[in-house]
Design a protein around this ligand. Sequence first.
Ligand code: FPP
Length: 226
Amino acid sequence: MSNIANHIAIIMDGNGRWAQQHGLKRSKGHERGAEVVREITIFCSNHPDVKYLTLYAFSTENWKRPKLEVDFLMKLLERYLRRELPVYLENNTKFETIGDLSRFSKSLQKLIAEIKEKTAHCNGLVQNLALNYGSKDEIVRAANAVVSSNKTLTIESLEEHLDCNCDVDLLIRTGGDHRLSNYVLWQSAYAELFFTETLWPDFTKENLQNIIDKFTKIERRFGGLK
Ligand code: FPP
């Protein structure tokens, strides 16, 4: 028996604490965090099991942070996406997003659409960035879409309208907290959950491979019997 980590979702927590530990501004923690996003994405694009990597980059609740930090995160995302295109193409990685993009600036929305279009032909890993994402918001938007289509609300009809219609196999949270923070709640109904003390900027591909190794050995029963 060996499970396949087809869909990995990660809550990338701990950028601020990493910066504090190094006597740096919080923004430096986010910058280092963005480099780790690149390293982990490249690792997953070369991993035989992983087909979807869904990363929590900005939540529906993150707007509550000071404007300076929100503005910095928007700029960082823009910078990351501009630099990332050749990396996506080299690694045959398709860029997709989940979340409600309508709250972002028009220029960021345009850039996101451009990177999606330019990587649409890639058929390796899908890197799914969760941007202005919250599961409650996603489920309500999907339910409203089903209602508008005059269909009966069922598991299948709702799933058709979710931003992400792919069950999560392995959900990881870095940074030591044990909570789900409104992240891929529907998709994680039977996900295996892993929590690590490691702060996101310190998280390595070796850490991820160790978690995948543990995951492959778990007995997954999906509510049935083995
Ligand atoms: C949590 O750290 C992380 C975030 C708010 C979002 C994740 C952002 C990144 C990994 C960097 C940017 C990503 C991309 C794709 C460009 P925190 O600030 O909550 O850390 P703390 O709990 O230690 O304060």
